[in-house]
Design a protein around this ligand. Sequence first.
Ligand SMILES: NC(=O)c1ccc[n+]([C@@H]2O[C@H](COP(=O)([O-])OP(=O)(O)OC[C@H]3O[C@@H](n4cnc5c(N)ncnc54)[C@H](OP(=O)(O)O)[C@@H]3O)[C@@H](O)[C@H]2O)c1
Length: 318
Amino acid sequence: MSESPQTRRLGTSGLAVSAVGLGCNNFGMRLGLDESRPVIEAALEAGITLFDTSDSYADSEEILGEVLGSRRDDVVLATKFGSHLKGALGPDRGARGGRRYIRRAVERSLQRLRTDHIDLYQLHRPDPLTPIEETLAALGELVDEGKVRYIGSSNFTGWQVADADWTARTSRLPRFISAQNEYSLLERDAEAELVPACERFGVGLLPYFPLASGLLSGKYRRGADVPENTRLAAWNMTGALTDERFDVLEKLQAFADERSVTMLHLAIGGLAAQPAVSSVIAGATSVDQIRANVAAGTWQPTPDDLAALDEIVPSRRP
Ligand SMILES: NC(=O)c1ccc[n+]([C@@H]2O[C@H](COP(=O)([O-])OP(=O)(O)OC[C@H]3O[C@@H](n4cnc5c(N)ncnc54)[C@H](OP(=O)(O)O)[C@@H]3O)[C@@H](O)[C@H]2O)c1
């Protein structure tokens, strides 16, 4: 068995999370309850403490609530609201960051997760209709009531992170302690605006698609059949396997081979080494993947390793 992941603070908050978390969007979508159970059990056993889900990931919240059961307090439960649920929470007219919507969304998530509080409640995407002050105030009420411990954003741009932080501080409202955005060795655009904003405001980054949906696991090979039972096959995403991507993946594989590590170590340990990143919330569909991902998080690249990775996939830092 691999070592447990390190524990870190989420941004500058007092919330401690494992440096390797578990993204839960496979539960209810790729895996039913019986298949999800051993994966979640393995994550607990491996020392993962951050579980990230959403009210929009099919039955993921229900499955987590059921499997965690009495162990709920052993973990940091993060969920999200604000995605388009096609009217499942009643008409919202696109204002899913408004007080009216948030009050409905939180009650449903609490019920499905079988808990009386959510540790990290994240706005899944910016709401173009509702002023951020109202969203923060509505979330602040939930914090005051103890239904929510901390709040986070997702899919915000750098300026939106800055604006929300400024609004919270000047209006004496709770701050978003985390930002969840796409970020991986293959997709470094977040470094242009979002990462500097997170660093400046002490917001912890939770990168999503850290494995580029499995491309960075090393299991796809140029010219080879796409392995069955993989996300790319199941979700008809084989278009992601372009020659351009393989050019980069093959360079990463060579870099990994030279250092006697795997591509997974680069993807997870390399991302965890980025200063803004608090926890790498990789998704998994098997017990073996959980173990491999936790082990991969123990790789600590040197500054030279990071510089060499920048040569392969240029940083977008300003
Ligand atoms: N905020 C947002 O808008 C947003 C958007 C997307 C995701 N998320 C969150 O971010 C989390 C992570 O993203 P993600 O799960 O979509 O993508 P990901 O972590 O980049 O990829 C996960 C996939 O990689 C494969 N994989 C994982 N570990 C592996 C291993 N050790 N060996 C081989 N293959 C492995 C599995 O695919 P197979 O099916 O091939 O086994 C797994 O489903 C999600 O679970 C979700 O919580 C948030």
